[in-house]
Design a protein around this ligand. Sequence first.
Ligand code: OXT
Ligand code: ADP
Ligand code: MG
Length: 587
Amino acid sequence: MADAAVKDKHEAASTDANAAKVEQELTDGFHLVIDALKLNGINTIYGVPGIPITDFGRMAQVAGIRVISFRHEQNAGNAAAIAGFLTKKPGICLTVSAPGFLNGLTALANATTNCFPMILISGSSEREIVDLQQGDYEEMDQLAIAKPLCKAAFRVLHAADIGIGVARAIRAAVSGRPGGVYLDLPAKLFSQVMNADTGAKSLVKVIDPAPAQLPAPAAVKRALDVLKSAKRPLIILGKGAAYAQADDAIRALVEKSGIPFLPMSMAKGLLPDTHPQCAGAARSTVLKDADAVMLIGARLNWLLSHGKGKTWGEPGSKKFIQIDIEPKEMDSNVEIVAPVVGDIGSCVSALLEGIDGKWPAPPADWINTVKSKKEENIAKMAPRLMKNSAPMDYHGALGALRTIVKERPDAIVVNEGANTLDLARGIIDMYQPRKRLDVGTWGVMGIGMGFAIGAAIETEKPVLAVEGDSAFGFSGMEVETICRYNLPVCVVVFNNNGIYRGTDVNSAGGSDPATTVFVKDSRYDKMMEAFGGVGVNVTTPDELKRAVNEAMDSGKPTLINAVIDPAAGSESGRIGNLNPQSVLRKK
Ligand code: OXT
Ligand code: ADP
Ligand code: MG
C-alpha cells in the first residue's frame, strides 16, 4: 500500500476513535429527557411529531420507548390521560409548540378535572424571542397558558436540570390528588450538550412517587360511628375508587358491611353491576332516601346534584362521610360530618378493621326497599332490550351489546355521546374494575378514539367503543391510527343522523340544515375500510351482535355503522334539565 494511503487510513481511524470517545463522553438534551423517562419506568409516549420534537420521537423509539403517533394532539393527550388512569403512572403526551401544544391542552385540562395523572411535554420556541414578542416560529408563552389549566407546570432551560424537571413532573402528577402536569422544553434545550457522566448523575429516579396517606384514627372512628348508627346507609363509589386499585379492600368493605352501593359511571364494575348489593338500578331511590352516605373517591359535583336539592330528599335528611385524598374537597358543596382524608387503599383498610363480626347488618326494610325498586326498574327495562327492530332504537341495540360484554367481561368499554352515553351506562352491566371509560366529569365529547387507543395499548385487551355519531366525529380520524397499529378496537357508531336526534328541521326555512343534524344515512364503516380495517353496516340488533362478536374474535380494527332510528333519542339525553330553552324562541 502506498504511504499516502496508509497515512489516510490511520488518520481516518484516529478521527473515528475521537468521534467515538466524544460520543461516549457527551450527552445532550434529547438523550437526557429519554433517559430520565426510562429511569422512571415510562415506556410509552403518545404524541404528534414536528418541530422541535421530531428527532426526539425517533430517538425515543430507538431507545426502546413505544412512541404512538396520532393524527391530532387532543387524541394523543386523551390516550395519555387514560393510560394514567389505568396504570397509576403518568401518561405522557408529546406535542410540538404553540398549535400542537394548544391541541393537547384540552386533554391536559380534562385529565386534571378528572384526576388522571398525565404529563404534557411540549417543545417550545426560544424564550428570548418569545418574551420580547419578536415573532418566533410558533411563538407562544406556553408555560403561562398551561399554568391555570393543570396541577403544576414547569420549564427546563438547562440540560443539567432535565432530571429534576422530569422528576418534579412525575411526582406532581401522581402524588396526592392525581392530575395533569405541563413540562415545557424549549427547542434549544434538546441540542444542549453536557458531559455524559455528569448528565447521568443529574437524573432522578422518583422514590415512592405517590406515598400512602394514612387517615387519622379519630377520623376513621368518626366515620364508623356515623355508618353504624345509620338506618339507611349507602356507599357511593367514584372513579377515584377505581383509580386507587384497592379493589379487594373495597369489595370486602362493601360485603362485610352489607351496605348497598351505587357506582358512578367509571366506577361501574369495581364490584359487578349484577352484585346483590348494587343499587345502580335504584339510583333515585337510594339518593333520596339514604340517611348516611359514604363517598369513596367521588365528588359531590353536578353528577350528584351537589349533594342537595330534590334528588337528595328532605334538606338535612342525611349525613355525609367522604373518603378522599384531597382535604379541600371536604364541605365543597354540603357539610361532611365525617371527613376521612387519605388514600383510598389506606382509608378503606382502616375502616375494615372496625367492621368485625359484631357489625350490625343494615335494617332489612332498607335492603328490601332498595331490592324491590331495583327489581322493578330492571323488569321495566327488560322487554325493551329484546326488541329486534330495523332501524334499531337505543335499547334494542344496547341490549345486544350488553350480552356481548356479559360474555366478554374483560373487554374495555369506551363510551361517549348523549343518548348513546346515558343509555349505555344504565344498560351495559360491567363486571370488572376499570373497564368502563367515558366522558367523565366534564361530559366532554372527543375522548373516544384517544381512550380506545390508550386502553388497547396499555392493557392489550379488546376495546369496544360505543360512540354517538356526533361524539365519534370529534376524534374519528384516529381510525387510521387504530389500523396503523393494528389495535383490537371495535368501534360501534350509533348513527341516528345527528346530535341527540336526526329529525330536527331548520325553523328559519331555507337550504341550510338544522344545527343538530348531519348528512343522512352516512356510512361511517367506510372510514375504517379506507385504511384497511373492517367496516360493517348493520340495521338490526342481531346483525350488530354478530358483527361485534366477529370483530372481538378476530381482533381486527373494525367499525360498525349501527343504524339507529333518528327519532329515538331525546335532547341532551338524560341531562335535558341542564339545557336552557328560550321561552321567546320562535318556532
Ligand atoms: O332510579 P331511577 O328510576 O331514576 O332510574 C335510573 C336508574 O335507577 C335506572 N337504571 C337501571 N334500570 C334498569 N336496569 C339497569 N341496569 C339500570 N341502571 C340504571 O335508570 C335510570 C337512569 O340511571 P342513571 O343513568 O344512572 O341516572 P341519571 O339520573 O341519568 O344520572 C344522572 C347523571 C347526571 C349522573 C347521569 O345522567 C350522567 O352521568 N350523565 C352524564 C351526562 C353527560 O356527561 N353527557 C355528555 C354531555 S351532553 C352534551 O353536552 C353534548 N354535546 C355538547 C358538547 C360536548 N359535550 N363536548 C364538546 C367538546 N363539545 C360539545 C354534544 C356535541 S352530547 C353531544 C353529542 C351528542 O350526539 P351523539 O350523536 O354523540 O349522541 P346521541 O345523543 O346518541 O345522538
Ligand atoms: P366520579 O366522577 O366518579 O364521582 P370524581 O372524579 O368526581 O369521581 O372524584 C374522584 C375523587 O377521587 C377526587 O376527589 C380525587 O381527589 C379522589 N381520589 C383520586 N385518587 C384517589 C386516591 N388514590 N385516594 C383517595 N382519593 C382519591
Ligand atoms: Mg347521534
